[in-house]
Design a protein around this ligand. Structure first.
Ligand code: KG4
Ligand code: ZN
Length: 349
């Protein structure tokens, strides 16, 4: 039973996981704090983490119906993320670990996203509860090709097994989620803009605005979203004013190109990876239904299983995924001052 903490970005998150089953998964988002700035302000995010973290942890324990005696270890995100935000979670995790004499486990946030597809709900019926059997999980799911689509990362990762990861393709500039956010802002959709781009795209006429699919001539699995973003900006600037229908049509053209680009590069990544049993995915962009549908289609065409967190909350930032990654980590220690707990804002998988 692990208590997991994530304060890597704007959400303050704590969860209790029992093996791969989620007992509780609490998130405190202070959207209105960032709303007026149109984006996350690190200083304000840190202040909300400091204000909310103890309450969020207490709530995670309460919702899981467990007390500190039942907790075997504490897991905390040490990177990648905003340095001054990571610090808050690490300091709090250390102080609880010392107070209650628990081992501490440092976790990479992206490994959390990568393993988030393993998360299962905690069933009331004890006979339905699953053992966290490493060998069986390895046998069923690995090697997996993992598609990580978040606000800061866009990566294809070949995961041979737990802890054995190779990045086979990634964005050279903007992340896919970041592109959705920036495009939403260009279209005047407010903050957070990405879900609104998806919503508008649903009402758009496809084919009215056609954007070039990036990097088609380059025969590798790397991505790029900055050119697409610039093409869209030029289109927006050319219009005298944008009607709601214009916005919807542009959003539709953008979403099509953004997803098609990811799909083409993913197909290359899959073609160059051997023995892949499953296509798995994680990250906030997976909340987008067209993205999920596209990935499902790619997996089906290759005859492999598509594994994605069952609900949007587990795709976006959360602490349950940090707890799940911690279950398979070999880094648990009571040496709280070890350098493995230093914050690592740019830690690569
Ligand atoms: O994984 P995540 O919650 O946080 C990071 O670790 O970055 O991902 C957040 C990203 C944001 O950039 C947001 O724009 C994107 O996920 N996102 C979406 C949608 N909902 C959230 N992107 C496209 N369509 C959506 N519906
Ligand atoms: Zn994330």
């Amino acid at each position: 039973m692990i208590l997991a903490i994530d304060t890597s970005f704007d959400d303050t998150a704590a969860a209790i996981v029992d093996g791969i089953m989620i007992r509780s998964n609490v998130l405190s988002t202070e959207l209105d704090v960032h709303l007026e700035y149109g984006g996350v302000v690190p200083r304000l995010a840190r202040a909300s983490h400091e204000q909310n973290i103890d309450r969020v942890i207490a709530l995670a324990l309460k919702r899981a119906h467990v007390d500190w005696d039942a907790i075997d270890a504490i897991a905390v995100t040490v990177g990648p993320g905003l340095a001054i935000c990571l610090e808050v979670g690490i300091a709090v995790a250390k102080s609880y670990a010392k107070k209650y004499k628990k081992p501490l486990i440092p976790v990479n946030h992206m490994e959390g996203h990568l393993l988030s597809f393993l998360a299962k709900p905690y069933p009331k019926d004890p006979s339905l509860r699953m053992q966290c059997d490493r060998a069986t999980i390895e046998h069923i799911y690995f090697p997996t090709l993992s598609v990580l689509l978040s606000g800061g990362h866009t990566q294809f990762v070949y995961a041979k097994t737990f802890g054995d990861y190779e990045i086979v393709g990634e964005t050279q500039d903007d992340a896919m989620g970041e592109a959705f956010d920036k495009v939403g802002r260009m279209l005047g959709l407010g903050y957070p803009a990405a879900p609104l781009v998806e919503k508008m795209a649903k009402d758009g006429v496809s084919g009215r605005f056609v954007f070039p699919i990036p990097m088609r001539q380059i025969h590798d699995s790397n991505l790029s979203y900055s050119g697409l973003k610039t093409a869209l900006l030029r289109t927006v600037e050319k219009q005298e004013r944008l009607s709601r229908q214009d916005v919807a049509d542009i959003a539709s053209g953008f979403q099509y190109a953004a997803i098609k680009h990811m799909q083409e590069k993913l197909e290359r990544a899959l073609a160059s990876s051997s023995g892949v049993k499953t296509l798995s995915a994680g990250g906030g962009v997976l909340k987008n239904l067209t993205v999920r549908k596209t990935l499902r289609k790619v997996a089906k065409q290759r005859g492999i299983l598509f594994c994605v967190p069952p609900i949007g909350k587990l795709c976006a930032d959360n602490a349950a995924m940090i707890g799940i990654a911690a279950q398979f980590s070999k880094l648990a220690t009571v040496d709280y001052d070890s350098a493995i707990f230093d914050r690592k804002p740019t830690w690569r998988l």
